[in-house]
Design a protein around this ligand. Structure first.
Ligand SMILES: [Zn+2]
Length: 168
């Protein structure tokens, strides 16, 4: 099995491509490119200006798309801890989220003092066949935060089921 001669990731690692010319992977090449070609001090100044321009103007200072993966987790934590701003955290559940991402999301949102968790199961949204009660119950059991659940209610029984079966 081929491995990157720099980071040692194997060719079977997801999304990796190893260049046969120098046996380095695409992630190492991207990292090297960024180190050599991006003026990070200048980028930081640009970010500072954008944040100060919008800080406190609206209910939220920015929107952070958040999957629970390492990149969006870093972005969210960096913005909160470095800038002390109030982001609106938005997640789109496409139905293929990894279980470790779900746990990571709950931990990060609790740690950083999120106001609530908004659940919208897109598989049920608009179909009026009821909420995804299993998902709602799972989040309730694993989080201390208030939950807003939507997506799928078609009648009052769906609403009462949400309260009774998940013990909200
Ligand atoms: Zn590599």
């Amino acid at each position: 099995m081929r491995k990157c001669n720099n980071c040692l990731l194997p060719e079977t690692y997801e999304t990796i491509e190893i260049d046969s010319n120098d046996n380095s992977c695409n992630m190492c090449k991207t990292s090297k490119f960024k180190e050599e070609n991006v003026d990070w001090g200048k980028r930081k100044n640009m970010l500072d200006k954008v944040i100060e321009k919008y800080r406190g103007k609206y209910d939220y200072d920015c929107i952070v798309p958040f999957s629970g993966g390492k990149d969006s987790t870093f972005t969210l934590l960096y913005l909160i801890e470095e800038y002390n701003i109030k982001p609106l955290v938005v997640r789109f559940n496409h139905g293929f989220m990894r279980s470790n991402h779900e746990r990571n999301v709950e931990k990060v949102l609790e740690l950083e003092g999120a106001g609530e968790i908004y659940i919208n199961n897109i598989s049920n949204d608009g179909l009026m066949r009821g909420y995804n009660l299993g998902l709602t119950k799972y989040v309730l059991d694993h989080s201390k935060l208030p939950i807003i659940s939507c997506g799928g209610a078609g009648n009052f029984k769906h609403v009462s089921d949400a309260f009774i079966k998940t013990e909200i």
